[in-house]
Design a protein around this ligand. Structure first.
Ligand code: GLA
Length: 397
């Protein structure tokens, strides 16, 4: 079975817990992923990030789990996670030390890969801190890729070099299944919208087998935890983050403490239509239509005038082809003010003369808005978005 046929889904310890990780925490999170239906919704990987090991390797040169944090060792924990029907992920780094200063895998790639495989690891996040200046980044990711393959175990390779050397152009050929394309996400609106804007143009190489990783979600964290800097997001802002990650078809690694998550965020991250868009097997990136087109209020202006004016970067309109004749259509308002965004259907390939319209369903409310042809002007509150699922229908059928 191919790994990462669709964007990987799971949970990672870093965003909330940083170095405050333990065997008990991971077991509880595994229990929650099952009892709260995350596993059944498709979230599969439970990943321990940095700070799990001792500061020194053992006499045989192997990484050693910190016995205070992980008193039963990693194999025992992996067995527990597997018994819950989940997959077990761990973390190392391509440099000489991890970002938090623990031993990492530069020149230990094959030994460490074997250690991870012997513990039953299914997923390796592979970071980029403390990478020697003389080292070659591509070669070292390729080396870990080969080391993981040498174990004979299916281990999903989650490369994390923060977008250095344009990973979207080579990580697929180096055998990675996903690659971090930006610096670290912080739990605020500016951070996640910047990540999204920077990666939209890089998504055409993100598809079956190897995905652009726009970083772990902060949805529902509410400023608590390890990456809580800046203004706390509103519900609508978190909904935007989740919907953008779904629209982009990138991995969804939850970062919040699932044990203390408000029910609206739990529902959001299990939303069937959003997950269906994220997991669409054709893996097409969204198609940007017209950026920053604000409706003037008059759909039928005088000769030489337009029904919209351009405010660059204020809003994006994106259209995504899905399998089975469906489409996703998003209107994203990055400004603080409520805005009526203007879409001419001809700009998404549907001139009036075609005789076809789009039947439009609001993903967040499930409301059927009927058929849209010619133009479409949804009103979008500030820092919010509209997301529609659409199908082609005869305009006058
Ligand atoms: C880097 C990564 C983060 C996290 C930390 C751990 O900053 O980008 O995602 O893994 O290291 O130290």
């Amino acid at each position: 079975m191919m790994m990462a046929f669709r964007p990987p889904l799971g949970w990672n310890s870093w965003n909330t817990f940083g170095d405050k990780i333990s065997d008990a925490l991971i077991r509880e999170m595994a229990d929650y992923m099952v009892s709260h239906g995350y596993r059944d919704a498709g979230y599969e990987y439970l990943v321990i990030d940095d700070c799990w090991s001792l500061r020194d390797r053992d006499a045989a040169g192997r990484l050693v789990p910190d016995p205070e944090k992980f008193p039963h060792g990693m194999k025992d924990l992996a067995d527990y996670v597997h018994a819950k029907g989940l997959k077990f992920g761990m973390y190392s780094c391509a440099g000489v030390m991890t970002c938090a200063g623990y031993p990492s895998s530069y020149d230990h790639e094959f030994t460490d890969a074997e250690t991870f495989a012997s513990w039953g690891v299914d997923f390796l996040k592979y970071d980029f801190c403390n990478f020697p200046e003389t080292g070659d980044c591509r070669t070292r990711y390729q080396t870990m890729s080969m080391a993981l393959k040498s174990t004979g175990r299916d281990i999903l390779f989650s490369a994390c070099n923060w977008g250095q050397k344009d990973p979207w152009t080579w990580m697929r050929s180096a055998g990675a299944h996903m690659y971090r394309s930006t610096g670290d996400i912080m739990d605020n609106y500016v951070s996640f919208t910047d990540i999204f804007k920077s990666q939209l143009k890089n998504l055409s190489m993100s598809a079956n087998g190897c995905f652009n990783d726009m970083d772990m979600l902060t949805v529902g964290m509410g400023g608590k935890g390890n990456v809580g800097f800046g203004k706390v997001c509103t519900y609508e802002e978190y909904r935007m983050q989740f919907a953008l990650w779904c629209l982009c078809g990138v991995p969804l690694m939850m970062g919040a403490d699932l044990r203390n998550l408000a029910p609206e965020y739990e529902a959001l991250m299990k939303h069937p239509d959003l997950l269906r868009i994220n997991q669409d097997e054709e893996c097409r990136p969204p198609y940007p239509i017209r950026m920053g087109a604000v409706f003037t209020g008059n759909p039928d202006p005088k000769e030489g005038e337009m029904p919209w004016r351009s405010i660059p970067d204020s809003s994006y309109t994106l259209f995504r082809h899905l399998s089975g004749g469906e489409f996703a259509l998003a209107f994203i308002n990055f400004s603080e003010a409520e805005t009526v965004i203007h879409l001419e259907m001809v700009d998404l390939g549907l001139p009036v003369a075609s005789g076809f319209a789009l039947r439009v369903k609001d993903v967040f409310t499930s409301e059927d808005l009927g058929r849209k042809s010619d133009y479409f002007n949804p009103k979008v509150p500030g820092h919010d978005m509209k997301l529609y699922l659409c199908r082609l229908e005869k305009a006058n059928g």
